[in-house]
Design a protein. Structure first.
Length: 430
């Protein structure tokens, strides 16, 4: 009997993990270069924490269960809510608090391309600043990380939840429906206008109001802001949103984003905790949706008992980046972590080969010996199949002289050298 894995999860073999490690290393380097520091939180959270401000859809997607003490717990669905809990409970954090976190999250939703029930996210957040510079710091850092991965053909869509709130207010729609409408609009790319129309009708909205809402989402670029000022000029909250977007535009050149930023009123972001600017990064070529997204959440931290604290952040979706970049990275990274395979010519020198392997490791060279008791030919075949670039051959004569054959498996040539020479050739610390 074979045992499978839970739906929406995946196994990653070494070849896959090399690609993921490459992606994560570049992202981590980019985050730290901009002054973000790493933190982590438990995969498990108390149910009252997870259900505080995610919204109805998120509550349905949370993996929820009771532990043996009959306490209700859940697997975290993102990395922002745990951050808000930590900040609320740690009032002496130096502000702005710039943190990044690269960890797994879980959501019970329908698996599809680039979307799984268990997934890895890379988040950056700036806590403590209400200025639009903080939002642009997050977006520009994410863009730099994506550039470091070789992903250059993308755009950053931006909108503001305050403008959307002003639109709802102007239509005379009561606040209790606002979050539901935003969640419906967030699915516009997935279900189209027809699907959103059907959902909005279920809320009792008239066809006229639905058409005005959908018409609003069609505006993009500078025209969108002019339209919002003309249509929603009587709404204070909407004008605040317009002013914030204009400020982001002004800052785009300073932060090196003027060629990437685009105002898009169809961008909503489904989580209820967003309060201001929201943003998404989409590739122009790969048909996989956004590879990063986030926004401002100025009221979330006080929901967990902290003082009113402005905050903003963006999350990079590792699963989607993996799908977009996997083939290209596999072709450019080495196929094995091992730099030299230490082969023995017979069983009589096998233990000596192990000792030499250990010595090379001490010298900073990634090395491994044969562990299967194979003939020399099979050992060479193993090294070739694994893509190990060098093979050091150990025999009786080599042990006496201290000189070994170092086979360069790529160039198909042999070098006679001692262990000191091996470390120099391969680039160890010897």
């Amino acid at each position: 009997m074979k045992f499978g894995r839970p739906r929406g999860t995946r196994d990653f073999l070494p070849e896959d993990m090399r690609v993921r490690r490459f992606i994560l290393d570049r992202i981590r380097e980019g985050f730290e270069r901009h002054g973000f520091e790493e933190m982590d939180t438990p995969a498990l959270e108390l149910w009252e924490v997870l259900s505080a401000k995610g919204g109805e859809d998120v509550e349905r997607q949370i993996y929820k269960f009771q532990d043996k003490g009959e306490r209700w717990l859940g697997l975290r669905f993102d990395l922002t809510v745990p951050l808000a809990r930590v900040v609320a409970n740690t009032p002496d954090l130096i502000k702005p608090f710039k943190r990044y976190s690269i960890s797994k999250a879980w959501r019970y939703e329908e698996p599809q391309s680039g979307r799984f029930r268990e997934f890895l996210q890379a988040d950056i957040d700036v806590v403590g600043s209400a200025r639009m510079e903080a939002d642009m710091e997050c977006v520009s850092t994410a863009v730099d990380a994506l550039k470091a991965l070789g992903l250059g053909d993308f755009e950053v869509g931006i909108n503001n939840r305050k403008i959307l709130e002003g639109m709802i207010e102007g239509l005379g729609i009561v606040d209790q429906y606002a979050a539901k409408i935003f969640r419906a609009l967030d699915r516009l790319d997935k279900v189209g206008e027809e699907g959103v129309t059907k959902e909005l009708k279920e809320f009792g909205l008239s066809e006229e109001k639905i058409e005005r809402i959908l018409g609003f989402t069609r505006y993009k670029g500078e025209e969108a802001l002019d339209y919002a000022e003309g249509e929603l000029g009587s709404s204070k909250v909407a004008l605040e949103g317009v002013e914030e977007l204009r400020r982001l535009q002004e800052l785009s050149d300073v932060f090196g984003l003027s060629n990437f930023l685009r105002i898009d009123f169809s961008l909503v972001r489904g989580l209820d905790y967003y309060t201001g600017p929201v943003f998404e990064v989409r590739t122009r070529t790969a048909q996989i949706g956004s590879v990063a997204g986030g926004g401002r959440y100025d009221r979330l931290i006080e929901k967990f008992g902290g003082p009113p604290t402005p905050a903003t952040g963006i999350s990079l979706g590792i699963e989607r980046l993996y799908e977009v970049l996997s083939d290209e990275i596999k072709g450019s990274t080495k196929t094995s972590a091992t730099e030299v395979f230490v082969a023995n010519v017979n069983e009589g020198v096998a233990l000596d080969a192990i000792k030499i392997s250990r010595e090379l490791v001490k010298r900073g060279v990634s090395a491994e010996p044969d562990l299967m008791g194979r003939k020399l030919g099979r050992q060479l075949e193993y090294a070739d199949n694994k893509g190990i670039p060098y093979v050091l051959i150990v025999g009786t004569e080599e042990l006496k002289s201290g000189k070994f054959k170092l086979k360069d498996m790529r160039a198909k040539r042999e070098i006679i050298t001692d262990l000191e020479g091996v470390t120099k050739i391969i680039g160890g610390r010897g």
